[in-house]
Ligand binder design. Structure first.
Ligand SMILES: Nc1ncnc2c1ncn2[C@@H]1O[C@H](COP(=O)(O)OP(=O)(O)OP(=O)(O)O)[C@@H](O)[C@H]1O
Ligand SMILES: [Mg+2]
Length: 349
């Protein structure tokens, strides 16, 4: 398989000199990682995968000559006002004139960095069929309604397909087989992936079993983080390498606990078997079920949220109606609160 390029935060195209120094000190101040190229002829490989591209004014003409594909997030930086204005349009770049634009350079980089850092959440079932994929999809859907959009990645080859859950099996777009053999720059995947309700999906394809490797997953998640406000992973309950990688990549591991003593006991075993040392529990509440603190004691992990029973979800899943649309408000509200715990409440300007 060809190696996928995850892309650095910032691509700097600048010869050694004052402009390069100004750019690199701004990059260092934001604690970003930069790829520095002094020769524009070598830019093609990283052009689309970098989060932000900064081009020094004296290399702009040469770069335009390469006729690179259009991309967002390109800035032309330097002190030569004539060059800056001449090459900004052909590069579709915004201009940062130095030294007066130094502060803006910093905020442009901070902006790019905030895109790069979209949180990654994995949702795992504490037992089989407990609603982990449904919750993963509902979280992504509610996050997708916010600005920035969300991504949902199916990492469970035996799970039946996340696209079915969202009614997207007929929606065109790249699925796993295409992505696991993609070469080079991933960049912005949004226009290639099936999208429903603001959720970009990396779904399984129906057909021959796919041997999911961990490397493309890391690259795909890296790229998705740059272009969405939340990335949700559905690793299933197996310990295949890609699922383990999904758990490693996730800053937050949510474990959905089934009702009753058996639900909690199974969740405990799942924590041990999959090494879920960061798991936070989402407890399916049921009448006469265990109190949250007892569930936390049995499983040995803290409870983050409870999730109500929602019989309508079963029908919704059969019809391919996305869960946050098919469920009643009570379930939606619980998922919205959980999303708030994960990424903060939405700020209305
Ligand atoms: N809160 C809920 N209340 C009632 N039914 C639910 C709830 N959440 C999910 N379900 C239903 O439970 C079934 C299994 O859901 P889902 O596929 O999301 O579980 P899973 O944990 O991902 O299963 P698997 O172990 O196969 O991956 C579906 O029919 C779904 O609609
Ligand atoms: Mg599932």
């Amino acid at each position: 398989m060809t190696e996928l390029d995850r892309g650095s935060d910032v691509l700097v195209v600048a010869r050694a000199g004052e402009t390069q120094d100004a750019i690199l000190s701004a990059v260092a101040a934001q604690e970003l990682d930069a790829e520095v190229l002094t020769d524009p002829d070598r830019v093609a490989g990283s052009w689309r995968s970098a989060g932000t591209v900064l081009v020094a004014d004296d290399l702009a003409e040469q770069l335009v000559g390469l006729a690179l594909p259009h991309r967002e997030g390109v800035f032309l930086v330097g002190t030569d006002v004539a060059r800056l204005s001449a090459w900004s349009a052909p590069l579709a770049a915004q201009v940062i004139a130095l030294p007066q634009g130094g502060a803006w350079l910093g905020s442009v980089l901070a902006d790019g960095a905030s895109r790069v850092r979209a949180p990654v959440v994995a949702v795992v079932g504490g037992s089989g069929g407990v609603g982990a994929s449904t919750l993963a999809a509902a979280l992504a859907q509610l996050a997708g309604e916010r600005s920035g959009g969300a991504a949902l990645v199916d990492v469970d080859p035996l799970g039946g397909g996340i696209d079915l859950l969202l009614g997207a099996e007929q929606v065109d777009g790249w699925r796993w087989p295409r992505l696991s053999s993609a070469d080079g720059q991933l960049g912005d995947l949004r226009r290639h992936l099936p999208v429903v309700d603001g959720v970009s999906m990396v779904a399984m394809a129906r057909g021959p079993a796919l041997d999911l490797a961990r490397e493309p997953l890391a690259a795909i998640v890296g790229a998705l983080r740059a272009w969405h406000s939340l990335v949700v992973l559905d690793p299933g309950r197996s310990a295949v390498p890609a699922a383990r990688e999904a758990l490693r990549l996730a800053a937050r591991q949510l474990l959905v606990v089934g009702p009753g003593v058996r639900g909690a006991a199974a969740a405990r075993q799942t924590v041990v078997a999959l090494g879920l040392d960061r798991a936070e529990l989402v407890v399916r509440s049921s009448r006469g079920g265990l109190p949250a603190d007892l569930v936390a004691d049995v499983v040995g992990r803290p409870v983050l949220a409870t999730l109500p029973e929602e019989a309508r979800l079963v029908d919704a899943a059969e019809r391919g109606e996305p869960p946050a649309r098919g469920a009643r408000r009570r379930y939606r509200r619980a998922v919205a609160n959980l999303l708030g715990e994960l990424v903060g409440a939405e700020v209305h300007p």
